[in-house]
Design a protein around this ligand. Sequence first.
Ligand SMILES: Nc1ncnc2c1ncn2[C@@H]1O[C@H](COP(=O)(O)OP(=O)(O)OP(=O)(O)O)[C@@H](O)[C@H]1O
Ligand SMILES: [Mg+2]
Length: 326
Amino acid sequence: MSDKPTILEADSLYHVYESKAEDGNVVALRGLHVNVKEGEAVAVVGPSGSGKSTLLKCLGGLMKPSAGKVSLDGKNMTRLTGLELVELRQKTVSFIFQEGNLLPHLSALDNVAQPLRHQKVSPKESKRRAMELMEELGIAHRAKGLPSMLSGGEQQRVAIARALITNPRLILADEPTGALDPITSREVLKLFKELHERDNVAFLLVTHSKEVAAFADRSLELRDGRFVAEHGKDVNIEDLSGDRELIIDDMGTVTLPPDVLTRMGGPGRYSVGELSSGYLTLKGEAIDDTGNLILASSCSACNHDYGKSDEQECPSCGSMRPLIEE
Ligand SMILES: Nc1ncnc2c1ncn2[C@@H]1O[C@H](COP(=O)(O)OP(=O)(O)OP(=O)(O)O)[C@@H](O)[C@H]1O
Ligand SMILES: [Mg+2]
């Protein structure tokens, strides 16, 4: 994976929404690094307000970040003129947003065909390709409708068809299945998988859905404008070190990124070791004399019997395997 060329790269990305209101400026992104290779699918997960949409808009060149550099297909977007930027975006990337993807005065079919107008494709051929995609997404029967006449799920599928018609090499999507029912959402995901596997299309998807995140090769977890963890097959923890810090709230609650928790030995009892101002060590209670973890023999959520395996995650329900005390 790592020797493939990079399609999207961001370096030290910061974004501040300036406001004169009482609560002042909002720092939405705090020095992020992102690197997406050709054909790679990356998910961005995180709670509401953590900066996911802001990140996507900055990466797609729809919003200028307060600081930092974004390169698309090897070209530094902040250096391009308006026209160069439009051209680069048109031939490389498509967007699918949470809402407001469609032109209200055009029919669904014309909305899907419209991006091809800039690409010297005849109107007849554009409509044929638009119809083909709409059939694939199960919305061909709504081709003549205006966006306002379509349901939220139908509008979202029109938006997806519109994003796909230019054969982009990268798709940036913000909650692409958020407005869809589970069945339609699975169909959209199937189409994404096909594009990913067959056509080597790269994805950066913001999502709350486990299924969408599972489609991705890895997922980045955003909290308060910082990446706090990375999950998946191709994870390089070192990439995160600059951005990692833990927050202890005023109730004394510490939230550990999942990969840190796993490396510590998972949930369980920890005794407080050394303690002084600004310094704390924790020692897991469930570590035997040789330093090995003592793992529960069955899943506390679904009773799955782990037998002799040393898996950390329950294969039947996905719960984290607890540790036990000696
Ligand atoms: N136009 C804006 N002006 C001021 N602050 C904004 C603006 N847009 C977003 N913010 C603030 O920036 C932070 C990040 O917002 P963002 O929309 O990127 O979050 P998100 O992770 O996409 O949330 P959600 O999951 O709810 O879509 C939030 O605190 C939000 O209130
Ligand atoms: Mg958002």
